[in-house]
Ligand binder design. Sequence first.
Ligand code: SF4
Length: 367
Amino acid sequence: MITPWDVSDNIDYKKTMENFGIKPINEIIKNIENPHYLMRRGIIFGHRDFERIIDAMKNKKKFAVVSGMMPSGRMHFGHKMIVDQLLYYQDYNAEIHIPIADMEAYAARGMDFETTKKLAVEEYITNYIALGLDPEKINVYLQSKYNKVKDLAYILSKRTNLSEMRAIYGFGGETNIGHLFAPLIQVADILHPQLEDDLKTSRGIPVVVPVGIDQDPHIRLTRDIANRAKEYKFIPPSSTYHRFMTGLLGGKMSSSKPDTAIFLTDDEKSVKKKIMSCKTGGRSTLEEHKKLGGIPEECVVYELYAYHLIKDDKELLEIYEKCKKGELTCGKCKKYCYEKIVEFLKDLHEKREAAKEIAYKIINNQL
Ligand code: SF4
């Protein structure tokens, strides 16, 4: 069982897709006018009902994107992937809703509301804005302060029961009631953009939720509830699924293990150290590497290029081929990688101070 609170290292994406009816994105990619580079590269690999969003993008119709976050530590490159997707939708004038899951953090992780708020604003919202999200066009909110969502969660909670929550999330007898209720808040996060403030009138706009596969239980529950609550005329939300980034040392990338991730606030020295000691697909000796070529499919450096650092497909392919032929050595490749990261982080650092002030203003206005 995959749940939002317990992701294993070895996810079998294909099997999970088959088990839960997630469709491969490559079957519909030809219908997308300008697919995101993460879609072209198979990093966004699956979807549910994304056709609706393709239609909205193509015909300039209104649609919304919901991307919640539960801050649990410093923001790293794995988290950045979500912002890259939001920027894509921003270019299509989508409504962007960013719930901060402080209620879930309280119930599921035992975090107090003040700590979650500070972390969300200083680490996440600040970086989201510095990375290019337009603060005028996003709806960022703390779940605990947003009555529209809390009211809708309570109303919709009647549409599910304990047996279903246990089947989807594996909740046991020891689960606290706050944790049990937290997914209902997420359901309301996802569905509320479809309703007017009166929580009765449908706006008839489709919603897409870009997520990692661990969040699919929320999507399934939301779609089921949307179908059951017929009087609201909800459109079941669409979703896309992206792969998780590998940690720098192989295994999982995690905020709580600093050596596994590049953080957006890392300095040059730590970036260099982390990249120089990360796992690559290089052979054990230089001679062997030149003779047999490297294995970019197993290389964290190549992953960083594909997920973040190189947007040009041609340049990425060149690196792939040179690596495969053994023409590119890991030492040279790593140096290019950390120089690119350092350049990117320097620019972000400069934008962050102004962004932080705006992030606080947004949240304080909600209080
Ligand atoms: Fe990875 Fe670059 Fe080495 Fe190839 S040459 S294995 S892409 S670090």
